[in-house]
Design a protein around this ligand. Structure first.
Ligand code: FAD
Length: 391
């Protein structure tokens, strides 16, 4: 039976995160070192030093790496609090794609690989990228269309291909590169300064909270030794699933915090601002929008907690995280959209973070699987499980 009771550690970490976000992180939100592709490396390091002081740097990872080894449920509580500022996940080193990569690394890396990359990643010394999606005829919604190849020549793998929409590629220290191998796909680990990894350019995008933006990458005769295979050869798609289920959910957690922030700002505005002789919130059209936000936020919170609980039971959570991802990403988008509306003209200005939250949340309905692909796979499961009525 699902139990939503919060333990002492969870409540203490939530309160500490809330204080850290309010007192330390939010004052940085207008810092000029935030550009179109998120906070600069200098700002990221400054924020992460403050999180370290507060004992909140990468809290989700195992104690062996300096975290608290949080359960998925505890992670949900902490990351929702962290997402209240869009700078929060960067400050606490639990942003995408690094958080998902750290999770996979803890599960699959060899001890030597952990020392070489994971420790530095958790400490914030480097950032990482995850290279799966490709332009043109390559991998996208359908990763099976992957065109990047890796060929074993002697004792080295040689990788060739092109990737795009790769978050954080510009400025990353290392990357997971997914490439097709003879029996499926394989994940390779590579330092970003490996010859042949070329960041062609960073795309202009609707969002701006992810450091490094989203890059276009050429992989030209990139050579990596066998010791840089992550896990086993040909198991890349399986590892992508191990990474994806919890990573989808942590996106839900962080964005929940941001949507809650937008909602709080909208309530404040609707209570203070008057039109036609009364507060905006007393006009049913506005009050109902805020009430619908409450409903969407509560349902999203429960969906996240349910899926986190499933993962905590040791289940892969593939179907559950897929349902949570669609439901939460769409609910939070509706919340952000209503908040823009409630704020009137101010809703589209930089005077509050609401417009940026609205823009950033939009992309969440696409990455980690577009809503349509999740619905399609849910429907496929329904058909598979369907049995004709016996009577
Ligand atoms: C902000 C952002 C960050 C990202 N970061 C990364 C990253 O770090 N690393 C990485 O590898 N990738 C990343 N991506 C890529 C992301 O994973 C892909 O955009 C996503 O998987 C969809 O692939 P696509 O863009 O090629 O869309 P396409 O595959 O071209 O699909 C386009 C549209 O077709 C529709 N569609 C597709 N299949 C179906 C179906 N079966 N049924 C119904 N409709 C369907 C959907 O509406 C979909 O949005 C990022 C994307 C964004 C927007």
């Amino acid at each position: 039976m699902i139990d939503l009771t919060r333990g002492t550690r969870e409540r203490e970490l939530e309160a500490r995160t809330q204080r850290f976000i309010r007192d330390v992180v939010i004052p940085y939100e207008k810092d000029p070192r935030i550009d179109h592709h998120g906070p600069t490396d200098e700002l990221r390091r400054e924020l992460q030093a403050k999180a370290r002081e507060a004992g909140l740097l990468a809290p989700q990872v195992d104690p062996e790496f300096g975290g608290y080894g949080l359960t998925h449920r505890e992670t949900a509580t902490v990351l929702r609090a962290c997402g209240y500022s869009m700078l929060g996940p960067v400050a606490m080193n639990c942003m995408a794609p690094d958080e998902g990569n750290m999770h996979l690394f803890q599960k699959v890396m060899t001890p030597a690989q952990r020392e070489r990359w994971l420790r530095r990643l958790v400490a914030g010394e480097i950032r990482s990228a995850f290279m799966m999606t490709e332009p043109d005829d390559g991998a996208g919604s359908d990763p099976g269309m992957m065109t990047t190849t890796a060929e074993l020549r002697g004792d080295e793998w040689v990788i060739n291909g092109r990737k795009w929409l790769i978050t954080g590629a510009e400025g990353a220290g290392m990357a997971i590169i997914m490439a097709r191998t003879s029996g499926g796909a394989t994940m390779f680990l590579a330092d970003m300064d490996t010859p042949g990894i070329i960041v062609e350019r960073t795309l202009g995008t609707i969002d701006r909270s992810m450091p490094g933006g989203h890059g276009v990458i050429t992989l030209k005769d990139v050579r990596v030794p066998a010791s840089q295979v992550l896990g086993e050869v040909d198991q890349g798609f399986r590892y992508a699933q191990i990474r994806l289920a919890p990573a989808r959910l942590t996106h839900c957690m962080r964005w929940w915090g941001s949507a809650k922030r937008a909602h709080d700002i909208a309530i404040d505005y609707a209570c203070r601002r008057k039109a036609f002789g009364k507060s905006l919130i007393d006009h049913e059209g506005v009050g109902f929008m805020l009430a619908d936000n409450e409903l969407d936020l509560k349902q999203a919170e429960l969906m996240i907690d349910w899926c986190a609980w499933v993962l905590d039971q040791g289940h892969p959570g593939t179907a559950e995280s897929s349902m949570a991802k669609v439901s939460v990403s769409e609910a939070l988008y509706r919340v952000a959209d209503r908040c823009v509306q409630v704020l009137g003209g101010m809703g589209v200005t930089d005077e509050t973070p609401v417009q940026q939250i609205f823009r950033d949340i939009r992309a969440f309905r696409i990455y980690d699987g577009p809503s349509e692909v999740h619905r399609w796979s849910i429907a496929k499961r329904l058909k598979k499980e369907w049995k004709p009525p016996t009577a």
